[in-house]
Design a protein around this ligand. Sequence first.
Ligand code: TYM
Length: 335
Amino acid sequence: MSKQRILSGVQPTGNLHLGNYIGAIRNWVEGQNQYENYFCVVDLHAITVPHNPATLAADSYTIAALYLACGIDLTYSTIFVQSHISAHSELAWLLNCITPLNWLQDMIQFKEKAVKQGENVGTGLLDYPVLMAADILLYQADKVPVGEDQKQHLELTRDIAVRLNHQFGNGQTILKLPEPLIRKEGARVMSLTDGTKKMSKSDPSELSRINLLDPKEAIAKKIKRCKTDPVRGLEFDNPERPECHNLLTLYMLLSGKSKSDVAAECIDMGWGQFKPLLTETVIQALQPIQEKYDRIMASKGYLESVLREGRQKAEAIANQTLAEVKAALGYSQPL
Ligand code: TYM
């Protein structure tokens, strides 16, 4: 039996942080040998908010190198850049024309991001989830590993696929319905400065997140200054102590210890004892990623060849699905 297919992606907007790593990329790495995997750098999504053209291409390379540095293995996985395959934009247009406007206006992430843009909300921001649906549906993905914040976008993707199949499938399934793959632990890593907000690239405070490429000193400083509470003894799952739950969860996931072991280890600890422990654990977890990243970036030719081969492999699948959708919609073959 052939393996199930996975597709996922990260935007090249600034650095990747621990939320992206724990919520998404680490899970891609852990499960990759069971699946046929496609991981893209979603640079078309990156321009749905104001972006810097001078750094976009370099940022996309950084993300692709980080995928490899985090352990994506080309034996099982294909890495490519979204904008290198024009089928993504083309399918997004076709899906736009069958997606009701009010489905998009209901998206939580659109509402949150639109508030930040004020008068300048672009159509692309509203349309972001349709492009994401195109990314997934083009590859007929079975599963999409993401953080909790993407659940609604996955539901929309399924709704769009159902609608297209129903309206144009003539009883056949043209687009496969994908399942989200969201882990229970770490699906929502919270900000270091406010345990009720998720860790995010767009938070204006650098102190709110730990980036995968942060030097040791920056990691130590951010953990030293992170928000805690005046209670002694650390615990999971107390809704009154969101920061405590978040920091213990980070420690648990990055140390590889079980929840019960961490709970027992930290039950009598104060923050003065826990923070250095967490700092050391984060530094230890990120060090091999940073070293591998430096090695990959030193060989630009290698990274280019990975992305070239990735594009060729991914494009063959994407073009096939696009052709099937166009045929179902009634388009003529290009002459
Ligand atoms: P992006 O770049 O905003 O996020 C990339 C991944 O990181 C996860 N994530 C988090 N997980 C846990 N805690 C957090 N604080 C946290 N912040 C971010 C996100 O859930 C995501 O999995 N829309 C996607 C990009 C995308 C995509 C796709 C994903 C475009 N097309 C197709 C899957 C399939 C996004 O959120 O990117």
